[in-house]
Every structure is written in C-alpha cells, then in structure tokens.
Design a protein around this ligand. Structure first.
Ligand code: AP5
Ligand code: ZN
Length: 214
C-alpha cells in the first residue's frame, strides 16, 4: 500500500500518517521529521535545512529527493509506506513517479486532508512537540496527561520554531503556491482522495480507513 498525505501545514497529515502506519503495518516517512532529526544531531543536512525551515520556506528539491528515493529502497518499504510532507512540489512528484516507474511501480493513493486556512493558525499555535521522541500533541485537541510532558517518553514539550504565527502565515502562502498544484497533478493521475480534516481526529481516520479498506 503506497500512500501520499497531502494537505496544508497543520492539516493533520502527521497525526493521520502515524495512525495509518500503525494500522496497516507500513513505515511512516516524514521529511519534516527527517530534517528535524538532522537539525537535532547537527548534521550538514540539518544545518542547511534549518535556514529554510525557520523562514517557513521549502528546503530545495535537490536536498529532499535523493533522501526520500534512497529511503524507499530499504527493505521495510517493500510492503508499502505512507509519505508525509513529500512530495511538496511538482518536480518532487515527477521525480518520485520516475523512481517508482524504474521498478515498474506506481503511487496508489494521494489523500488530501482538507482544512481551511482559518483553522490552521489556531491548530499550530496549540501544537506542542516532544524534544525527545518527536511526538506531537495539542493543548486543547490532544493534551498530554501531565501538562508540558510527553506521554510517550517523559521529555518536555516545546512550540516548534516554525509554528510561530508569522512563520505559519508564510508556510501557508508557500503551500498554496508550491504544494497545492499537486492536487491537480494527482487528480489527473486518478488517485486523489479528499477527506474532511476539520472534524475530530478519530473521524478523520475513519474516513481514511473507508478509502483504504479494513
Ligand atoms: P513538515 O514537518 O512536513 O510540516 P508541515 O507540512 O508544515 O506539516 P506539519 O507537521 O506542520 O503539520 P501536519 O499536517 O503534519 O499536522 P499535525 O498532524 O502535526 O515540514 C516542516 C518544514 O520542513 C517545511 O516547512 C519545509 O521547510 C521542510 N520540508 C519538509 N518536507 C519538505 C519537502 N518535501 N520539500 C521541501 N521542504 C520540506 O497536526 C497539527 C496540530 O493539530 C497538532 O497539534 C495536532 O494534535 C492537531 N490536530 C491534528 N488533527 C486534528 C483534528 N482533526 N482536530 C483538531 N486538532 C488536530
Ligand atoms: Zn516524547
């Protein structure tokens, strides 16, 4: 099962991708998580990516594409995968299709989690991320048992640097300009599925399960 998650920043792609990965036993590959891990470890890639991410801009395609294409060659991807945050531009989508075609494969589902811009800013302001394991919560919609402490690993929670309101606005602009054209791209490919992302997380997941099957 090969799945792409589409949607604006904060639409809930990561939240749903984790649930999909758990239910269907496939890896969750998030380019945002890969970059954040590299930033934390202080790698060259992390240093380069951070300068773009902090401004709400996309990391250049050439830093992203090979990273993902290599990741997809690993053994755990044989059964499929759920891609979260990639592709994000038409050139990234074309490179992905070309890499799949080399092995006679095709993308199967592009799931667009649809949330209007008005809802996004509130969501991002309330998101908290764990410094230890990267788990994400929301102060209202998905709170931890103890305030400010990760349920999974006990480390502290922070507001992501790029979740400050000015940067969120910038990311939304970048999304509309560079990522939204993928909706058309995958509609033409006949694999686009829309889900309403404004409802409760569990209900969003139920609509996705209806698309993917039990
Ligand atoms: P990335 O980490 O991919 O950020 P993003 O796309 O902006 O997405 P987010 O992680 O912000 O949101 P999400 O949709 O996963 O929402 P979540 O589930 O957390 O990328 C970060 C940066 O890296 C980019 O800006 C770019 O610079 C760079 N980058 C990454 N990939 C790249 C690529 N391919 N090319 C170039 N650059 C790249 O949910 C958000 C919040 O809402 C959470 O608090 C959650 O608890 C809550 N929530 C979720 N669902 C619901 C619901 N149904 N109801 C209420 N609350 C909800
Ligand atoms: Zn944690």
């Amino acid at each position: 099962m090969k799945i792409i998650m589409l949607g604006a920043p904060g639409a809930g792609k990561g939240t749903q991708a984790k649930k999909i990965a758990a239910k269907y036993g496939i890896p969750h590959i998030s380019t945002g998580d890969i970059f954040r891990a590299n930033i934390k470890e202080g790698t060259e890639l992390g240093k380069k990516a951070k300068t773009y991410m902090d401004q709400g801009l996309l990391v250049p395609d050439e830093l992203v594409v090979d990273l993902v294409v290599d990741r997809l060659q690993q053994d755990d991807c044989k059964k499929g995968y759920v891609l979260d945050g990639f592709p994000r531009t038409i050139p990234q989508a074309e490179c992905l299709d070309a890499a799949l075609a080399k092995n006679g494969e095709k993308m199967e589902y592009a799931i667009d989690v649809n949330v209007p811009d008005e809802n996004i800013v509130t969501r991002m302001g309330g998101r908290r991320a764990c410094v230890g394991c990267g788990a994400t919560y929301h102060i209202v919609y998905n709170p931890t048992k103890v305030e400010g402490i990760c349920d999974a690993c006990g480390e502290k929670l922070i507001l992501r640097d790029d979740d400050k309101p000015e940067t969120v606005q910038k990311r939304l602009g970048v999304y509309h300009e560079q990522t939204q054209p993928l909706i058309d791209y995958y509609t033409k490919a006949g694999i686009l599925k829309e889900v309403d992302g404004t409802v409760d997380m569990e209900d969003v997941f139920q609509s996705i399960v209806q698309i993917l099957g039990e």
